[in-house]
Design a protein around this ligand. Structure first.
Ligand SMILES: NC(=O)c1ccc[n+]([C@@H]2O[C@H](COP(=O)([O-])OP(=O)(O)OC[C@H]3O[C@@H](n4cnc5c(N)ncnc54)[C@H](OP(=O)(O)O)[C@@H]3O)[C@@H](O)[C@H]2O)c1
Length: 317
């Protein structure tokens, strides 16, 4: 069958041949793939840099998507870590990791939004005790996942939603998605620290897509500006687009009641993640989220890899 095939971690996937899937367990089922998102996680799968990479080649990238089952039903599916991903004419799903979708759903909208939206939906719904009226800071709010995180926070009743990202105009535009306050991370360091302290001193949760230097610079002013330093703060580390590490002074940490949690593959059981998905799919179908998606035919996968547009690219047959 035709697929996007990675034969070297140094090169983007190419459109080519890959062995057709064969079910191996009672829960396996072959589906026709209708849409699969090109998420940052998929790029790191295809270049071997993701922390789950086994270095096995060749591989077909794609961690999730929308497929048509043999009985005609549409499903959203999440794949395991094997060599056959979703960017193929057909793939092998585990029916226990799939969600049945209405027949009239837009596969591209679901494939674009589920992965980035679950990065905020799952932690706010299941990892922390988030309640309506609480406040959230989104670090990295200009990306697909960050923009959806603002919308998740709004949907779950957040009172104050602070959007931090680089570019004054870009962060201003995030008010349309629910941000009540914005921070331009590309300003001078002292100005950024002052904006963080002014907008985010009293937040209950930080959804962090950046890590690296912007997170390192945000922690001290935020924690030091809290009116009551003993008030609990959950700092949820979700992505690391700005760097893999931070330095955290012990004196800053010891003066605060902050809990750092990781959110990603391995941080919650597969079962817990899958149980969260039907409600999220229902929200996407109901129109809770705005996210621009760009559908690209599978045969153009190489060109799709080269684009860095802000829309989420989704490969379609
Ligand atoms: N753990 C999970 O479950 C999960 C799920 C989804 C996503 N993620 C992770 O979350 C991260 C973001 O995903 P995404 O889908 O939003 O990616 P994306 O759509 O590619 O967006 C990345 C955003 O980060 C911004 N950015 C990059 N470097 C920055 C810096 N130094 N300071 C401020 N902003 C910076 C980019 O802005 P510019 O345009 O200015 O570069 C862009 O807006 C990725 O690491 C992804 O792997 C994790």
């Amino acid at each position: 069958m035709k697929a996007a095939v990675v034969t070297s971690f140094e090169q983007p996937p190419r459109y080519g041949e890959f062995a057709s899937p064969v079910p191996a367990s009672p829960h396996d089922e072959v589906v026709e793939v209708l849409a699969s998102g090109l998420h940052p996680r998929v790029r790191s799968q295809a270049d071997g840099s993701h922390y789950t990479s086994t270095d096995e080649l060749p591989l077909v990238p794609g961690i999730d998507g929308v497929g048509r089952r043999e009985n005609g039903e549409l499903v959203y599916f999440v794949l395991g870590d094997g060599p056959l991903g979703a960017m193929a004419e057909r793939t092998l799903i585990d029916t226990r990791r799939s969600v049945t979708l209405p027949a009239d759903v837009d596969p591209v909208a679901i494939a674009a939004a589920m992965n980035p939206a679950m990065s905020s939906w799952i932690p706010l719904r299941t990892r922390v005790d988030f309640r309506p009226g609480q406040s959230v800071l989104v670090l990295g709010a200009t990306g697909s996942a960050g923009r959806l995180a603002l919308q998740t926070a709004k949907r779950l009743g957040a009172d104050r939603i602070v959007a931090a990202g680089r570019g004054a105009e870009r962060v201003e535009a995030l008010r349309d998605l629910g941000a009540t306050h914005v921070v331009d991370l590309s300003a001078e360091p002292d100005a950024v620290a002052a904006q963080i302290a002014a907008t985010s001193a009293e937040v209950d949760v930080v959804l962090d897509y950046l890590w690296g230097s912007p997170t390192e610079a945000a922690i001290p002013p935020l924690l030091k500006a809290r009116g009551d330093r003993s008030r609990a703060l959950d700092w949820i580390e979700i992505g690391a687009v700005a760097g893999p590490e931070i330095a955290l002074p012990s004196t800053v940490l010891r003066q605060a009641n902050v809990r750092f949690l990781g959110s990603g593959q391995g941080s919650a059981s597969v079962r817990a993640i899958v149980e969260s998905l039907p409600a999220l799919a229902a929200e996407i179908i109901a129109g809770t989220y705005r996210l621009d998606a760009d559908a690209v035919p599978l045969r153009d996968v190489e060109a799709a890899w080269a684009t860095r547009a802000s829309q989420r690219v989704v490969l379609v047959p």
